[in-house]
Design a protein around this ligand. Structure first.
Ligand SMILES: Nc1nc2c(c(=O)[nH]1)N(C=O)[C@@H](CNc1ccc(C(=O)N[C@@H](CCC(=O)O)C(=O)O)cc1)CN2
Ligand SMILES: Nc1ncnc2c1ncn2[C@@H]1O[C@H](COP(=O)(O)OP(=O)(O)OP(=O)(O)O)[C@@H](O)[C@H]1O
Length: 191
């Protein structure tokens, strides 16, 4: 399979960020509630006890309504924590726990030991671009790809707006495919 040159990927990222920037504040708020409805109503929800999500950065869809629903259901939540050399692990996020901004300004849990992706039931992965085969484009650091390289039973749910669907995305050798894509419109089981 042909690998697109980095310049193509970076142009695609710029284009997808522009598309995402067109989502209004009220559409963002509706999307936050909508993804929670789709996920909570899905067959995935009952078995997902240990769930990692993310705190929204720039105009990413917010999983905060998912977080509220998960806490109400007694589930345990985790957030991504970045390390050196593009490493990423997860730390537990108990309600009200202290968070500190990482190098990108995204808050992370300040306390607690690192947890590997393999130890989680379900991970919500932020997407810049996606397609129905579960191929994703992220921010370009390779953080999630590295962190997810060893998973086997963990369900991966990529989260992005419907307008970020991108048929032309082709997988790189290191890309880890998503099992599901969650948008404000629906939850898609990937081929
Ligand atoms: N909400 C959220 N949390 C996340 C991620 C994410 O994509 N979204 N990550 C997913 O990997 C990890 C952090 N990686 C990130 C990589 C790049 C940028 C970012 O904003 N990059 C800027 C350039 C910033 C710079 O050069 O300092 C950009 O691309 O405009 C943010 C997070 C872990 N946490
Ligand atoms: N498992 C891995 N081991 C080592 N390097 C990796 C791995 N996965 C990705 N990389 C490196 O990370 C870089 C960025 O990858 P890519 O462009 O696919 O990022 P991304 O998927 O958009 O970002 P992210 O995973 O942070 O959301 C690539 O140069 C790639 O070589």
């Amino acid at each position: 399979m042909q690998t697109p040159p980095d310049t193509d990927k970076s142009a695609l990222r710029t284009q997808l960020k522009q598309r995402r920037a067109g989502v209004s504040d009220s559409q963002q708020r509706q999307a936050c509630e909508a993804i929670a409805r789709h996920l909570v109503g899905s067959a995935l929800w009952p078995d997902a006890t240990r769930i990692a999500l993310y705190l929204p950065h720039n105009a990413e869809i917010s999983p905060l309504a998912v977080a509220d629903a998960a806490r109400d259901a007694g589930k345990t939540l985790f957030l991504p924590v970045v390390g050196d050399n593009h490493a990423l692990c997860f730390k537990a996020w108990p309600a009200g726990s202290e968070l500190r901004p990482n190098r990108f300004g995204i808050p992370e849990p300040a306390a607690g030991g690192p947890v590997l992706a393999e130890a989680l039931d379900c991970i919500l992965v932020p997407l810049l671009g996606w397609n129905r085969r579960g191929v994703r484009l992220g921010m370009g650091g390779g953080y999630y790809d590295r962190a997810l390289a060893a998973i086997s039973d963990t369900t991966l749910v990529g989260v992005g707006y419907a307008c970020q669907e991108c048929d032309t995305l082709s997988p790189e050798a290191w890309d880890v495919s998503m099992n599901y894509i969650l948008t404000e419109q629906t939850l898609i089981a990937c081929d």
